[in-house]
Write a protein that binds this ligand. Structure first.
Ligand code: ADP
Length: 236
């Protein structure tokens, strides 16, 4: 309903303001403290500047994600639609995230049972963005020596990607809300990883612009599976 949409919009603006104000306030506070004399003490100065670096990075990520969300919302229907190969996209993302996975000794694998050679139409950059975000989450919300497994299948002209991990999982009560803008399961586990709480909201927006669906299953302490279905064309 319109009422509901209005509430979503006003919640978004108040959440965005709050999220943006936090790093700005920190930056102003530490700048002032430095000018007030903290700059004279080398160790304190280094400590403050490091905090300022972290806060400015955070501000940068927030601005980037908020603008990206607005842009996807505006474009609504994807006009740049190309023929994409599911396997190739997953390989691309695995390669892109391999260093991050290696640092945590996490295996990135494709399910043996995956159907090969599935093609579909979509915006390559945007679909890569979704897969990157989901696989990245599966790495950061995982334990060292864990795994991330991607399965690809096709059914009734829909392609399905399943991204599973055996990581920390999501409590049942949080599960229905993880696709909401700025929703984080617990601030400490997310901000430590530099998350904005917008990744899944952006992914959902992109998937829906492709007329697809996205949902999650999870068991706390055991792992998470994120599912995406997208319509695919049959090749003649
Ligand atoms: P963030 O930027 O905080 O990672 P996301 O929108 O990507 O935001 O995810 C929302 C929340 O869902 C995260 O804060 C995290 O707690 C939880 N989450 C997402 N993916 C996973 C996963 N694979 N395993 C466990 N928790 C996850």
């Amino acid at each position: 309903s319109i009422r509901h949409l209005e509430k979503v919009r006003s919640d978004f603006i108040s959440n965005a303001s709050h999220e943006l104000k936090t790093p700005v306030t920190a930056l102003q506070g530490f700048t002032e403290a430095l000018l007030d004399g903290a700059i004279e003490d080398h160790d304190t100065a280094v400590e403050f500047v490091k905090i300022m670096q972290k806060e400015s990075n955070r501000l940068g990520s927030l601005i980037k994600d908020i603008l990206d969300l607005a842009k996807i919302e505006q474009d609504q229907v994807q006009q740049t639609s190309e023929l994409l190969e599911a396997d190739e996209l997953v390989e691309d993302v695995f390669q892109h995230l391999s260093r991050r996975a290696q640092d945590k000794h996490i295996d990135l694998v494709k399910d043996d049972g995956s159907q090969p050679d599935i093609s579909f139409r979509g915006d390559r950059g945007r679909v890569l963005q979704v897969l990157t975000n989901l696989i990245h989450n599966a790495i950061i919300y995982n334990n060292p020596y864990g795994f991330v497994k991607v399965s690809i299948s096709e059914q009734e002209n829909m392609i399905q990607f399943k991204i599973s991990d055996n990581g920390i999982g999501i409590p049942q009560e949080d599960l229905p809300r993880i696709f909401e803008r700025f929703y984080r399961v617990s601030k400490d586990r997310s901000t430590a990883s530099g998350g904005t709480g917008l990744g899944l909201a952006i992914s959902k927006e992109i998937v829906e612009a492709h007329n697809g669906r996205i949902w999650a299953n999870s068991v706390e302490g055991q792992g998470t599976s994120i599912f995406i279905t997208l319509p695919c064309e049959v090749l003649e």
